[in-house]
Ligand binder design. Structure first.
Ligand code: TXA
Ligand code: MG
Length: 323
């Protein structure tokens, strides 16, 4: 597998062609790095599931370059979903919509819906545009980590996660560190009101203010997203170190908190973000650092608030150690 660190128009053209031939291409998005594959190529998708170590009936998000391709993948799109798409795409939002025949069972995990996202990262956008220019219809891309592990936010993280699994023909595009740092907001748009399945940078308030509807939020810890793999929920977003929320650290434990909270004696500070945005951007790096330092435990003091703090708390609750 090759890492391409300075992407030019010609390397993007080659990367798109590589996707068209059934290879995997990891690429940056504004949220986390994705592991891309031609969403219509069944064999290539099977290779992707193998590389991720993901149960084959767990659905993937299809990435497209613009809203104009939405109708190829989705049907019976409610008015509020169109509004959301017009306002927050390109950006950190995934819409779950009723699928067309193009979205096969091997993408949707046999469900009658499909997840669609238009990312805003310059490289992701350029890759998708080039891919579509070469006749492609959509790039399915889960986060580029092994199943249940921490999502990668740099090309090097992708390499470390997947080098043992990718083939020599697969590529990693390096677009620098991801700016948001936690995965997209997933909104179920198959019912009368929008329902947040995974919180992210597009918050419930932003959604309800825009569409004027009540937005429901799936309870943290619910296994609705994991219908296909309920038992694996507790290992989600998890580093090797055990993550504890707001407990007192012991000597040699890692410690993650906003910069205005001082490090308890004996704890090893992993990051000191000054606000919630910075917290989200650096959280996964800090969890990875705990593993690099071979720390047994990490104590995390979550931020509070109703914006990205909700997404951070959701990921922390999912990766927290459950005895
Ligand atoms: O920010 C993101 O969304 C990143 C970047 C790469 O785009 N992608 C990402 O993909 O986080 P992944 O596969 O790691 O997480 C997508 C989640 C999964 O939990 C999956 O179950 C859910 O989206 N999902 C996908 N399609 C779905 C569907 N049709 N119905 C319900 N959930 C769906
Ligand atoms: Mg993921």
């Amino acid at each position: 597998m090759v890492i391409i660190s300075s992407c030019t128009a010609s390397t993007l053209k080659d990367a798109a062609a590589s996707l068209r031939s059934g290879n995997l291409v990891a690429f940056p998005t504004e949220t986390v790095y994705g592991l891309g594959v031609d969403a219509t190529n069944k064999d290539a998708v099977a290779h992707l599931y193998h590389v991720k170590g993901r149960p084959s009936d767990h659905p993937l998000i299809v990435h497209i370059s613009s809203m104009s391709n939405l109708h190829k993948w989705a049907r019976e799109i409610p008015e509020y979903a169109i509004k959301l798409a017009r306002t927050f795409w390109p950006g950190p939002m995934t819409l779950i919509l009723r699928r067309t025949n193009l979205a096969k069972d091997f993408i949707t995990g046999n469900q009658d819906s499909v997840g669609i996202r238009v990312p805003s990262h310059r490289l992701a956008s350029a890759l998708l545009t080039e891919f579509e220019g070469q006749g492609g219809l959509g790039v399915a891309a889960p986060s580029a980590n092994r199943f249940g592990k921490v999502s990668p936010t740099t090309a090097n993280d992708v390499f470390e996660e997947l080098f043992g699994y990718l083939l020599p023909t697969d590529l990693i595009l390096d677009g620098g560190p991801c700016q948001i740092g936690v995965e997209s907001t997933i909104i179920n748009c198959t019912q009368d009101n929008p329902e947040i399945l995974r919180p992210g940078a597009i918050s419930a308030t932003m959604i309800s203010d825009l569409v004027g509807l009540q937005v429901t939020q799936i309870a943290t810890g619910s296994n609705k997203l994991e219908i296909k793999a309920p038992g694996l929920l507790q290992s989600h977003y998890a580093p090797r170190a055990k993550v504890f929320i707001s407990t007192k650290p012991n000597l040699g434990d890692g410690f993650i908190a906003l910069s205005d909270i001082s490090t308890p004696p004996g704890a090893i500070r992993l990051v000191s973000p000054k606000d919630t945005k910075e917290y989200a951007r650096h959280l996964y790096q800090a969890l990875r650092l705990a593993d690099t330092k071979q720390l047994p435990n990490v104590i995390v003091i979550p931020p509070t608030g109703d914006d990205l703090a909700i997404a951070i708390c959701d990921r922390l609750e999912k990766c927290a150690y459950k005895s």
